[in-house]
Design a protein around this ligand. Structure first.
Ligand code: PLP
Ligand code: COI
Length: 362
């Protein structure tokens, strides 16, 4: 094995083992590790024909103390359980999910990137319905696989910032559809929009499929924004962009609001949930509500957030239908920078994990 950790991007690099477990007639077998990366699947499997499959994504970090930390694994297990229920699949029990991740880590420990390389070991659990049936209906037998891979930054620019474009023409997920679950069909449905955005040099900002007025998600990640709320000396809320520096964050006369969309079509992000907790602890007001695209004018910082990208700040958002550009500056703003470091400090063991988010594997 000869991996240049610092050159890793968000692409698949083969490791020694995957972990598998099958469910037949409602009975799960114990997870086992195998070097064979091919999974035999019947050509008539409902997972292949009708898209009955869901997946997850979580990371293990090599910490400053050389210990290994897996971030909020049980939350991913629970989310996959809900995704499976949403597609009428046999869910993977939470304990089995966690056992499989730990086995995948143990068997591929040589692929866990060293501390300070910026790379991590990413686990991609996948659940696919294997019942051979051409009739349109759910199959109950399934295969659960954990595919580990060392990864680098999701976006080539990492924490440096990227531009996004508002998309109102291609919907990712319907308000009462599958957007709240991590199912493959949502991603396939988003490819036309994201590839069109990439061709123009942007990441894709998805709006709600019903009215196209509200922000749903940004790329395959949740959207978050920071708004400067008030000035205790009595002046009106400022709309001035990026008027604060990091040092000013300590000042008690400034308060910030952490905003993120409320929508039934978006994935409940574990990263976003963690950031909301940290933001509250930093004294910010945290609001989850419908966010109109035009409101970007009142926000000082904006970003995509998720396991893979952590926080990826937006430099600007272009609305092509109204020919308006909302600018957030070329450098990440102070509040998102502070949140980014707070989260990564927990993940890399540089600060106390007061929430019990990390499972430390010695
Ligand atoms: N939204 C979508 C569509 C995603 O695929 C992901 C990634 O899992 C997220 C948001 C972020 O979720 P999390 O923070 O749990 O990784
Ligand atoms: C994330 O984990 O942040 C994502 O955006 C998920 C994607 C790689 C499927």
């Amino acid at each position: 094995m000869n991996i240049d950790w610092s050159k890793l991007t968000f692409h698949y690099t083969e490791t020694d083992y995957i972990v598998r477990a099958a469910c037949k007639n409602g009975v799960w077998e114990r997870p086992y590790a195998t070097r064979d990366k091919m999974i035999p699947i019947h050509a008539a499997a409902t997972g292949l024909h009708y898209g009955q499959e869901c997946f997850e994504g979580l990371k293990a970090f090599r910490g400053v103390d050389d210990k290994v930390r897996i971030f909020r694994m049980e939350e991913n297990a629970k989310r996959m359980y809900h995704s499976a229920e949403g597609l009428l699949m046999t869910p993977v029990p939470v304990e089995l999910f966690c056992e499989a991740i730990l086995l995948a880590l143990e068997k591929n420990i040589a692929f866990l990137p060293p501390y300070e390389t910026g790379a991590t070991l990413y686990f991609r659990p996948l659940l696919v319905a294997t019942t051979p049936d051409i009739s349109v209906g759910p199959g109950k037998d399934c295969e659960f696989v954990v595919v580990p891979t060392p990864i680098g930054p999701y976006f080539p620019n990492g924490f440096k910032g990227m531009p996004a474009i508002v998309n109102r023409t291609i919907d990712r997920a319907a308000p009462q559809g599958t957007g709240c679950w991590k199912v493959g069909g949502n991603y396939a449905a988003s490819f036309r929009a994201s590839e069109a955005a990439h061709a123009m040099g942007y990441e894709c900002m998805f709006t709600d499929a019903k009215t196209h007025k509200y922000i749903d998600e940004c790329t395959a990640s949740n959207f978050i924004a920071i708004k400067q709320r008030s000035h205790l000396q009595g002046s009106a809320p400022t709309t001035a962009k990026r008027s604060t520096g990091v040092a000013n964050l300590q000042r008690s006369d400034l308060t910030f609001e952490y905003l993120t969309p409320r929508s039934t079509a978006i994935l409940p992000s574990i990263t976003n949930d963690s950031l909301m907790t940290l933001a509250r602890e930093m004294g910010m007001k945290v609001t989850r509500r419908h966010i109109r695209v035009e409101e970007l004018a009142d926000m000082q910082e904006a970003a995509a957030c998720g396991t893979a990208c952590v926080i990826s700040p937006l430099t600007k958002v272009y609305d092509p239908d109204n020919d308006i550009t909302y600018s957030f500056g070329d450098k990440p703003g102070p509040v998102l920078t502070k949140l980014y470091h707070a989260l990564q400090d927990i993940q890399y063991g540089r600060t106390e994990d007061t929430h019990g988010w990390c499972l430390v594997v010695e």
